[in-house]
Ligand binder design. Sequence first.
Ligand code: 13P
Length: 252
Amino acid sequence: MASAPRPLVAGNWKMNGLKGSVGELSKIMSGCGELSRKADLMICPPTTLIAAFADAARGSQLQIGAQDCHAEPSGAFTGDVSAEMLADAGASAVIVGHSERRTLHNETDAQVRAKALAARRAGLIAIVCIGETRAEREAGQTLAVVGRQLEGSLPEGASGDNLVVAYEPVWAIGTGLTPTVDDVSKVHALIRQILVRNLGLTGDVTRIIYGGSVKPANATELLGIANVNGALIGGASLKAADFLGIAGVYGA
Ligand code: 13P
């Protein structure tokens, strides 16, 4: 069995943050040094802040990611941003297929897959999000939904170096609710199985991170589950103390 992949603790700031937020970023960076020996640390600010954050974080252990990209490298797509542009602005990763985009922008697995391919083309890590809704969970379809989304969103040529899978149960996002240890462990085991079946050996070292109401108070339990290789944090990543408190699980 391959050794566990290096964990990734990533903060998704969603549509939050103005130029003045660089102060909070500095606080995060100042706590990153020690922690980064055990885990990769990343903040994904809104697009408007990527270049400023990437400049501020240069030379530090903090990586800067983006929250979405268009599948094409350039063209007549008013308001969209390509993976190449994000890389040019200083991002090293991009989240694709977040449930807020799947729900509010009707993104399909095929579109998510195309965006993940675009990320690879631009040299970015694709953080591919999957997760079931409350109704799907209550209908006992969690594993079927997660499996179908992953198979449909997995880009060709994916490897542990260019792909991260984020399991984010939709009903756990921003609600304070979290799945049980047993639930998370079953879903992450299924994701691992699918990754190994599709990617071979590199599927064993591809990071599978958990997202949905991760807080300092539940991080030890959630991040200690087998096949949980880090976290994708929404609300709690906006405060340096909370983000560092969660990442601190790996420094303990
Ligand atoms: P919360 O941590 O606020 O629940 O958000 C999770 C999320 O959607 C991260 O992408």
